[in-house]
Design a protein around this ligand. Sequence first.
Ligand SMILES: *Cc1c(COP(=O)(O)O)cnc(C)c1O
Length: 393
Amino acid sequence: MSFKLESSDIPDTPAYIPFNRPFIVGKELFYISQAVLGGHLAGDGQFSRKCQEWMEQRFGAGKVLLTTSCTSAMDMCAILADVKPGDEVIMPSYTFVSTANAFVLRGARIRFVDIRPDTLNIDENLIEGAVNERTRVIMPMHYAGVGCEMDRILEVARRHNLLVIEDAAQGVNATYKDRYLGTIGDLGAYSFHETKNFISGEGGAIIINDKRFIERAEVIREKGTDRSRFFRGEIDKYTWIDIGSSYLPSEIVAAFLFAQLEEADAITRKRWTIYDFYHERFTPLQDRGLVRLPSPPPECRHNAHMYYLILPDAESRSGLIRHLKAKNIHAVFHYIPLHTSPMGRQMGYTEGNLPITEDLSARLLRLPCYYELTREDQERVVREVYSFLDTTC
Ligand SMILES: *Cc1c(COP(=O)(O)O)cnc(C)c1O
């Protein structure tokens, strides 16, 4: 599965190092052929069940249901939370659009809160100040697979009777105080998009930790019908009983994913090796004050989802992206804060509302980090980062 250009393909250009590259690790194609030969390709066949049970056991989740994406899992969460027009949801602005869209689609108002400078996760100490009588949900997002300060978030939620829904898209197989991300709040969502740690192209899962949501989740995911109960033989016909949509993936997707989950520990170990190599090599640059490196708190075991550098300013960030691009290395910035986006402005937010989010999002650079990244290519990335910073900073 290599789409890499060899240097001989383009004279005088070093081989392209992409930001991400989808991969297979073992039995993906074999399991897909098994699914095809098994004669069940729609959702909720044996591979969907295997994936769900694997995650329930491994992560200690109440109930896991595969979805077509993390976006659809969060859409389901917003329906389950019974968020109504005018209700409010608290979340960071430094997150993916889907975190907010799920609730905006229900007519909710989003209260964006600033992030912590060390983890870029929502600042748990600012949440309570954003709570009012319309608040229904706190939505932490675990950036780079590093857990938010969940104890504090749960304590605030309990005091104000709010639901906690975790956007754990990046946090699969990572822990906070030995609890797996996604399983700590009332509901959680995972992503298996090809840019995440465990992939199925597009894909996701909803994690249902509060058992009272399980039955309704099954209905919402099956177009608002009780078809799941019908297939289990619990009722003799199925019908329309609630709102819903088609949120379940096909068995082709589940078969691919199961092969990845079986190798989850090997994948994570490999990613840690990549992360640790960058970290060790860049530490001298941090000591010289030229960059800031990720610093996960000790209670968080991250999953090496991402390796990023925080540059001194926006100009050096753009300069480094350009320098790497000229050397055929694809490094990228990350979220444009949602509150400064056109949608955020329509909601009444303006530049200056969330200073830490605005500052760090302008200076953060993500480096190539994927399962098949070679040591040799990593050496090249490191060398080019040094070459840029040594000459310009
Ligand atoms: C990737 C990502 C999503 C979206 O996941 P999809 O599976 O592509 O819908 C949502 N939130 C965060 C934080 C993400 O990183």
